[in-house]
Ligand binder design. Structure first.
Ligand code: BGC
Length: 505
């Protein structure tokens, strides 16, 4: 409760101080702080049926629904060398990408696909030879469909062994060059989106308002979440036993984290905010850092929440070297008074018992620029979880793919400026944040928006067979900032930036 009030205070301090207007430059960040940008395999690579790759559950979901697909996407599979050049132009320290399990081991287990292996070796080699650090995510919504068909994927304990074997191949083959690994991308949204809401792969749910062909929203998200945690712990153990001494890397786990504040100053809303954080974040971070689920979840969900054995709890606890934060926007939280009745098969949100009011229009992909939310998130992690090392693995803002706005993406420049400034303030307040990755390096096949919205620093012409990339104003801004230029954006600063690059558009 006191912590929630402290977070609320950050919001108020920001609200009354206007925009973040401090002048800062990258030399203000601690030594070794990593600035990068990211993509994921299905969203960037394309070449979906090439060189032995087989479908993942993401391919399957897209092809069963009318929402575009990643068959070609940005064609990063063929254009990675050009993209690495763009990364050099942008002055990135690091590139975050994911490995497609179904490209590397098409059937989920068994033989390694040599062409897939070669692709990732080439990509990593290209990055390191240009001085760009690879940050690899092992799982980004995309296990091989064959494992889904064979035993139900993450609903089955058998995934733990198969995921560990796949990770072992990655460590063995790429670990000499890769020092930062994330096992699971935003485990909470994967579990909620894929098994409660049915909007993201594998598209399972039992909500009457959704068109899912199968699923059980009141049970499956927790089974999946549990297996993700055990799989992460198993992979992390494998790395420590076999590779860490030689390779010296770190293993993290990532979560989507909203900047949450209570809607009113009532005690009910403050408690509801704490409960929302427990459900969204504590669900995974409490086991990872303290060995068990939050009491609020255990009380509300009862026997539908799996239980860790003593051994499992010991294995999960302490299994991540850093927390990967995926943060985009903010919401205020209102308490919902009625208690969920278990006989009504409540879904995740009914169990949580809160309603969110997003700042901006979240459903229309128009996020408000709320950099205080970044500080709220980092302060919350610092205070509630003992200040673990943090990498912000995704942060950015979407814009409709409008050709006029696309390149002159001033709102994105303002967003990045403000959020990167927010990170600096958090670090000065003691947060152990070690890196910031813009989502996304270029416009991609988007998880929820297909090709309608883009988060990229670069546009991609998706109608062009060559998928031509062009820098947006945000790419120039980020590149200047990473070169060491001071960041200070008022309306004059924006005008100067535009006129500096006007001949480029
Ligand atoms: C996911 C990305 C996605 C982005 C924007 C994140 O939650 O990890 O795959 O593209 O959000 O929606």
């Amino acid at each position: 409760m006191e912590q929630i009030l402290a977070l609320f205070a950050i919001f108020l301090a920001f609200a009354f101080s206007g925009k973040c207007s401090d002048v800062f430059s990258r030399s203000d960040y601690p030594e070794g702080f990593v600035f990068g940008a990211g993509t994921s395999a299905y969203q960037w690579e394309g070449a979906a049926a090439e060189d032995g790759r087989k479908p993942s559950l993401w391919d399957t979901l897209c092809h069963s629904r009318d929402q575009g697909n990643g068959d070609i996407a940005c064609d990063g599979y063929h254009k990675y060398k050009d993209d690495v050049k763009l990364m050099v132009d942008t002055n990135l320290d690091a590139f975050r990408f994911s490995i497609s399990w179904s490209r590397l081991i098409p059937n989920g287990r068994g033989p390694v696909n040599q062409k897939g292996l070669q692709f990732y070796k080439n990509l990593i080699q290209e990055l390191v030879s240009h001085g760009i650090e690879p940050h690899v995510t092992l799982y980004h919504y995309d296990h091989p469909q064959s494992l889904e068909d064979e035993y139900g994927g993450w609903l089955n304990h058998r995934m733990i062994k198969d995921f560990t074997t796949y990770a072992d191949v990655c460590f063995r083959e790429f670990g000499n060059h890769v020092k930062l690994w994330t096992t699971i991308n935003e485990a909470n949204i994967f579990s909620i989106g894929g098994y409660n809401d049915g909007d993201t792969p594998p598209g399972r749910c039992s909500k009457p308002s959704k068109n899912c062909s199968s699923g059980n929203s009141s049970i499956e998200p927790y089974i999946v979440g549990h297996n993700l945690l055990l799989a992460h712990a198993s992979v992390s153990r494998r790395y420590k036993q076999k590779y860490k001494d030689k390779q010296g890397g770190s293993i993290g786990f990532s979560l989507f984290i909203l900047g949450l504040i209570p809607t009113t100053s009532s005690k009910d809303d403050a408690t509801a905010t704490q409960r929302a954080q427990d459900f969204y974040v504590g669900w995974f971070l409490r086991p990872l850092l303290f060995g068990d689920y939050p009491d609020t979840m255990k009380r509300t969900i009862g026997s539908r929440l799996p239980v860790f054995s003593e051994k499992e709890s010991e294995q999960v606890k302490g299994s991540c070297d850093f927390v990967g934060v995926i943060h985009y926007h903010a919401a205020s939280v209102t308490n919902i008074k009625s208690k969920p009745s278990l006989s009504g098969n409540p879904d995740f949100y009914s169990y949580m018992g809160v309603s969110f009011h997003y700042f901006g229009k979240s459903l229309d992909f128009q996020y408000a620029n709320t950099p205080w939310a970044m500080e709220v998130v980092l302060e919350y992690i610092k205070q509630s979880y003992g200040n673990p090392p943090v990498y912000i693995l995704e942060s950015g803002t979407p814009m409709k793919q409008d050709s006029q706005l696309k390149q002159k993406d001033i709102p994105r420049v303002e967003y990045l400026h403000a959020y990167i400034g927010g990170v600096l303030k958090s670090i000065r307040n003691g947060s152990d944040t070690r890196g910031y990755f813009v989502w996304s390096f270029m416009d991609l096949y988007e998880l929820l928006g297909g090709y309608e919205v883009g988060f990229g620093l670069y546009t991609v012409n998706f109608s062009d067979p060559h998928r031509k990339r062009s820098p947006k104003l945000s790419a120039y801004w980020y590149s200047d900032f990473l070169k060491g230029e001071s960041a200070f954006l008022d309306s004059q600063g924006i005008k100067e930036l535009q006129s500096k690059y006007s001949s480029s558009f």
